[in-house]
Design a protein around this ligand. Sequence first.
Ligand code: ZN
Length: 430
Amino acid sequence: MTKSFMPTIKTEKELKDLQLNGLKWTVNHAYQGSDFYRKRFDETNVKPDDIHSLDDIKRLPFTTAQDLQDGYPFPLRSVPFKDIVRIHASSGTTGKRKVLCYTQKDIDDWGDFFARCYEMAGLTEEDRVQIAVGYGVWTAGVGFQLGCEKFGAMAIPAGPGNIDMQCTFLIDFQPTVFCCTASMGLLMAEEVEKRNIRDKIHLKKVIFGSERSSEAMRKRIIELLGVEHVFDIPGMTELYGPGTGLDCVYHEGIHYWADYYILEILDPETLEEIKQGEVGEMVVTTLRKEGAPLIRYRTRDLTRIIPKGCSCGSLLPMHDALLGRSDDMFIIRGVNIYPSQVDTIVSQMPGAGSEYQIILDRKQDGKDYMSVKVERANGADPSEDEELKRKLEDEIKKKILVSGAVTIVDYGGLPRSERKSKRVFDNRDK
Ligand code: ZN
């Protein structure tokens, strides 16, 4: 390897110093360059000179998705237009698209830390990377491509969909790495099995971007494609794009690039710091982003810090897989519950399918009750339903600390959706 993209810092102290310098620079840069930030800071009575320690981040105001929409078309812009070399936008399912401005340095930084993803995943310049994610105004394809070229592997910019073409490329170009969303990964793996072409392809690694993959899904893909590793790359347009972290070959958590951004995990209700290791909302502050810096940006994504070092020995800290959106959280009997907690229990239970529904009711006694419908796995024996029901109820009680009555339904008995399926049905107060 000619060049490494790992951080050059060697100690926790050096990392903290780098973060403090980056924080000071960012606050100053945003205050000088952006009308939005200057106004927001003045309203909350903070000045760039007030930042003396990392702890002072708590004095800074939050930034939200709403701020990006309000500032459309060039929100958070902190440099003159002459310095902007590119924009990207989120796909914009609700309301206006989120648009972010990039300077050349931003693009270079993004390429560098995306190259780090490939390095951490153990690729070499000999690897060939089939990139089957979307190319266009959004960040996916461009990001995977930029990092791949910077790293020095061979990029095959296939784009998403088009299964026939993907299979042809797998055979003809012999890629060793396949980048896609988790659902596309499963689709490809099943297609490779169906076409019986596994001995004609040479994949060793699969990298997922943008979509949470369940353990069951990863296992199935590893089994069908015969690959060594499946990696998760998180990322969002607001924070450059994909490539802001990766679970290394030990898969003990997702290393995140603490030398490019500060990650706070806060209680989504109170916005106060929570105990380390507990689930909360990811709030990010960039350390070197010029075009559209983020200051305490509320991502709405939920995860937790993994409070230990990784077996790989990297200095870069880890967060857990994304556990869903804070908007999806519901409260029952005083306990905060995320659908993904039920998801995890169901997907780890032998005999259960991947589909489930959570139903919340308030009964005559005035108390709230949770019940869960779970599909039996394809081919599982219905005579074992009682046993499966009991095991699931025990796990729910143990892991979520709330009782939930489980009903087992036939495989295929719950509705399917091409997009995100509705999981929670809250019938309380209606
Ligand atoms: Zn590691």
